[in-house]
Design a binder for this molecule. Structure first.
Ligand code: ZN
Length: 328
């Protein structure tokens, strides 16, 4: 297993770099693509002194004299583009992302308005959280802005179907929704960079957030696999967490089965009208931290909204404004 801070070649001209994360999920994988005497970086790691030191060391020791001419961000999450501004500024390199991911990052990165917290508070109150819990959430404020600090103010846009020629390989952009608005995945003949979209041993977080409380991200996610199923079954899958792996198609089957199972479980819990908070108590036997509760609530609601889209669950709003869901 590659250790944090280490880099190794994983395919001709493609290097795998593992960066630390301060969570139970303790690492994120990044990719360095050789492009003649230049380098393209895919994702940057989190904005932490430790990650900056790793970049300094890796670029100086392993790629001396090479220029970084492009930074690609797969999606807006802080473990992926936290250092984008720092790297782009340092090398005078453009940031390439999908427009939806960049706009999301720019908006969240600078939003310190009171509306942000008010919308968040109303959202979690409707899920069934008590006032004391909501107060603790308010105290955290805009967690994203604190982690990313700066998102580059200009964009080189990646569109679905674009082709990037890097180091003799042709990488086709596949934009995929669900985990984030339009994650840029890059597919070549022998390798595919999938970001967080398809992970080898865990499933990516597919969540509803306060800004889009009635969306169906799980529907987006489950309908996004078609272009990946068309790829060569032997392709090397470069995912952001865990190890690079082969077996893309069976892994997609497993992920689909996991969500079907989860949907059935949520429908079962909702035989009687149930709030999202009550759902978490039924779905998780161990205690959850506040941060884990935020993630789990968004995920549970994503499954509920998908069941609603399939007309398998309906929503009731009680006088206290709290949402309850009941299976059809
Ligand atoms: Zn992510």
């Amino acid at each position: 297993m590659l250790r944090t801070g280490d880099v190794c070649p994983i395919a001709p001209g493609v290097h795998w770099l593992r960066m630390p994360l301060p969570y139970r999920l303790n690492h994120v994988n990044l990719w360095i693509l050789e492009d003649g005497d230049a380098l393209t970086l895919v994702d940057t790691g989190m904005n932490m002194p430790e990650s900056r030191e790793i970049w300094e060391r890796v670029l100086a020791e392993r790629f001396p004299g090479r220029r970084v001419t492009r930074v690609i961000g797969t999606h807006y999450h802080s473990d992926h583009i936290g250092l984008a501004a720092w790297l782009c500024e340092r090398f005078q390199a453009p940031l390439a992302m999908s427009r939806a991911e960049w706009l999301t990052a720019r908006c969240l990165g600078i939003d310190h308005t009171p509306e942000l917290l008010a919308v968040q508070r109303g959202f979690y109150r409707r899920l069934g959280y008590p006032e004391a819990w909501l107060d603790r959430l308010d105290a955290v404020g805009n967690a994203y802005a604190g982690k990313v600090v700066a998102v580059p103010p200009t964009l080189r846009r990646l569109k679905d179907g674009d082709t990037l020629s890097i180091g003799g390989r042709s990488w086709r952009v596949i934009l995929a929704g669900g985990h984030s608005p339009a994650m840029a995945c890059l597919a070549a003949d022998d390798a595919v960079i999938v970001g967080d979209h398809i992970l080898p041993s865990i499933t990516p977080n597919v969540s509803i957030y306060p800004a889009e409380p009635e969306s169906d991200p799980l529907g987006d996610y489950l309908s996004s696999f078609a272009p990946f199923r068309e790829l060569n079954p032997e392709v090397l899958v470069l995912a952001s967490h865990g190890r690079p792996f082969r077996g893309l198609h069976p892994r997609i089957d497993e992920i689909e089965a996991h969500h079907e199972e989860r949907l059935a479980r949520v429908a079962e819990v909702c035989r009687a009208p149930t709030t999202v908070v009550e759902m978490l108590d039924a779905l998780f036997t161990q205690g959850l931290t506040d941060h884990e509760r935020v993630i789990a609530s968004g995920e549970a609601l994503a499954h509920v909204r998908h069941l609603q889209a399939r007309n398998e669950i309906s929503e009731r709003r009680s006088d206290d404004g709290v949402l309850r869901f009941v299976a059809a």
